[in-house]
Design a protein. Sequence first.
Length: 533
Amino acid sequence: MKRFSALLLCCLSFLLPSVRATDSSLVSASSVPAAVSHSVPSLAVPTDEEILKEFKKYFRKFKETSDRVEAIMALDGTDSPQLVDVLLPILKDKDTEVVDAAVKILAGLKGETSVAAVFVALAEKKDEPSRLGILRVIAEGGLKGDYEPLLECLSDKSWRIRYRVVLALAARNEKRSVPRFIELTADKEPAVRCAAMEALGNFHEEAVVDIGIEALQDKTWQVRSSAAKVLLQVRARRSIGPLVAAMEVEEGRLLKDFSLALEEITGKFYGMRTEEWRKWWTTNVERFEIPSDEQLASTKAKRAENAAIYSPPGSTSYHGIESPSRRVLFIIDVSGSMEAQVIEKERFEDGDYPSMSRIDIVKTELQRTIEGLESYVELNILAFATQVKPWKKEIVKCNVLNKKSAMEWVGRLEAIGGNSKEGLARAGLTGAANLGEGKTNTYGVLMRALDVEGGRGSQDEAYEVAVDTIFFLSDGRPTVGELVDPDDILREVQIANELRKVVIHTIALGEFQKEFMKTLARQNNGQFVDLGR
């Protein structure tokens, strides 16, 4: 009955756009072919009021997340102020999938009175969950209504609300918000400072240059990263000296952020070689002029060609991906399929591996990478199949003892529940075969890597994580965990990483559709490497 009710609602929402009349509640009989009109009764088209009445009647009876989401999505096309009243309580729901659905429907409102109702609700609601949900609606829908409720929320004691206000104001794309963004670059919460700076950068406001230069000294690395981003967007000569100076004291991944900003401003490409930037700037400080956009465009291809040359000494290199990061997490797939032999053996024949199994190749390469890490690099390792197993509870320095421990731990890893165990399973020894533990819990390991506790809905919690770069290696699609659909996992990683700003590099090995791995890297500022089959 639950599924039928949800399906009925979906059918109604599907029919409404094509049959709803503007001033009539009936479908005209003239629209029915003459040959059959005598046998087809007039079809009553439910009004928005009727649809919402049915929704309120049945929604509370749904218990499964899928049914609740389906019922909410059936309201697509309904556009009335009453919709806001109906869905507003759902914005406080504990199930984030349900909240996401409600936000999506409300963000699609177009009618003037409907949009006005959203802003009235923002002015009236003072609790954090309601305000956060309404602000998401405004940002995701780009809704433009009463400006005052947004300004009032800027003084809210919750930084999460202030952060969402910045996103909502930025989505309106109105110049009058610029002074507010400037004020918020001094907010006590790093996430708010980042969002305000990036909003100014998107407006290409000249004022953000001095703000970004000052933020290069911020104690929070995510703020320094945002500073580099906005200085890259708003190209100013006075940014060059401070960026070079910042590179001279910075360590790790942000060297790349700063060097990319310098390249975009100057049209020069010295990569992460700080001494070369200093030498060049000392020579040219008096006479250098910012190149035009056309001149800059001609240098970008050359930058890509030479990117590998300018890796700084001591950078981490894993499967051809170079990173200056000093706080690295390696994620290694040990699911049952990792026991399989690689098909394109010629690609690996010079690697001197113990065997041509995927797991042996991966283990050997990781051990070699760990062995070459400098002592100032901090690392941790997560091995995952159905369960996630960490080497350490948190990242540790790569001193000689930790490197030895890490390499031995990696050496003991085995593919869990692979093909070699199927004989045990057929003999009835399913426990020994351990097949159930050899699946691929991609969602679980990525949430663990991003230090997200409690799964979905914790995107704003503890975003100042220790790790700034992840290398994620897997040989197959997600098959187990709280989420297994690749699109769902991509969405949740984006939410979780919105404030964390962790770079995620991905390495794929095996015969499977690798678009998920490519997209995961692209959405999180990483590189993708395909090791073949």
